[in-house]
Ligand binder design. Structure first.
Ligand code: SAM
Length: 284
């Protein structure tokens, strides 16, 4: 019977061999999941024996990771903003980069208790909508997605996190199924924006496991922004604000698209790494 230290060492070696950059962390999280231990316990008790049934459970999880399945999908969850979201192969895994949309939206809302209507176009797991709603107790939200499977996850997350009665989810090709009179104070969107030509350069964790519809957009990645530039002005309330995620090299091209809208101010905002990540639009 191997010890935890021995199992850990072999597993880290295996994952490093597949060019996974977070091998040590991943191994500790997977060991924790298989053995029902806190990752800290794994480090503090290196001589603990690993019985066969635990070793087999761990080996099964490790094989999935070695095949480049994302950790979020193996663990079935991902932290975003202050919340934990259930995730699966049916939705994009929430990315820390996207938190800039929440941060930017909160900066334009002086009164957090105000009753605001929020729309999230392409809601996926619901991470953007629900994170913003968590900060705005008087808000109500609508999440739209073309994927029925993603919407089931979003609804599940909303119910589990206690927002089920303040939001609804609608299966729609962008705004097609929204009532024509719908108006929102805040619109969030993280549309697909990767050019299909960039597919080969993506990490296998992304390319082989995340939904195509969440990743790729035609016109060199700009196709959905062109659609949203027509849709958002029709849905935004007077004095409303929209925040869209952008690819880090798309700032000027996305700005050109939104320059044709009636937005009063357009700002490109960088993420924590200093890369363009969000376009903010203020409507008068
Ligand atoms: C990049 S993911 C963003 C998911 C989530 N908002 C986030 O930030 O993690 C894009 C989402 O847009 C959805 N989507 C793609 N095309 C769409 C369309 N035409 N209408 C509505 N949703 C669409 C995808 O299903 C996917 O959930």
């Amino acid at each position: 019977m191997l010890t935890l230290k021995e199992v850990r060492k072999k597993a880290v070696c295996l994952l490093e061999g597949t060019e996974i950059r977070t091998a040590r962390l991943d191994v500790d999280l997977l060991l924790g999941m298989a053995l029902g231990l806190d990752p800290l316990e794994i480090i503090l008790d290196p001589c603990r024996k690993v019985p066969d049934h635990e070793a087999a459970a761990f080996a099964a999880l490790l094989a999935r990771r070695a095949a480049r399945e994302p950790m979020s999908q193996i663990l079935g969850k991902k932290a975003f903003w202050s919340l934990e979201f259930k995730v699966s192969r049916d939705c994009l895994t929430p990315r820390p980069d996207s938190e800039i949309l929440i941060e930017s939206a909160l900066k334009v809302i002086p009164d957090r208790n105000k009753s605001l209507k929020i729309l999230d176009l392409g809601t996926g797991s619901g991470c953007l909508l629900l994170s913003l709603m968590a900060e705005l107790p008087g808000s109500r939200g609508v999440g739209v997605d073309i994927s029925a499977r993603a919407l089931m996850l979003a609804q599940d997350n909303a119910d589990r996190l206690g927002f089920g009665d303040r939001c609804e989810f609608i299966k729609s090709d962008w705004a097609a199924q929204l009532p024509p009179s719908a108006e929102f104070d805040i619109i969030l969107a993280n549309p697909p924006y990767i050019a299909p030509a960039e597919r080969a350069g993506l990490d296998p964790d992304v390319r082989d496991y995340e939904p195509e519809i969440a990743l790729f957009a035609g016109d060199g990645g700009l196709k959905e922004y062109k659609k949203l530039a027509k849709i958002i002005p029709q849905l935004i309330a007077v004095g409303g604000h929209a925040f869209l995620e952008i690819g880090w090299r798309q700032g000027s091209r996305v700005r050109d698209i939104f320059n044709k809208t009636p937005a009063e101010n357009i700002t490109i905002i960088a993420d924590l790494a200093g890369r363009d990540r969000c376009i903010a639009l203020d409507f008068a």
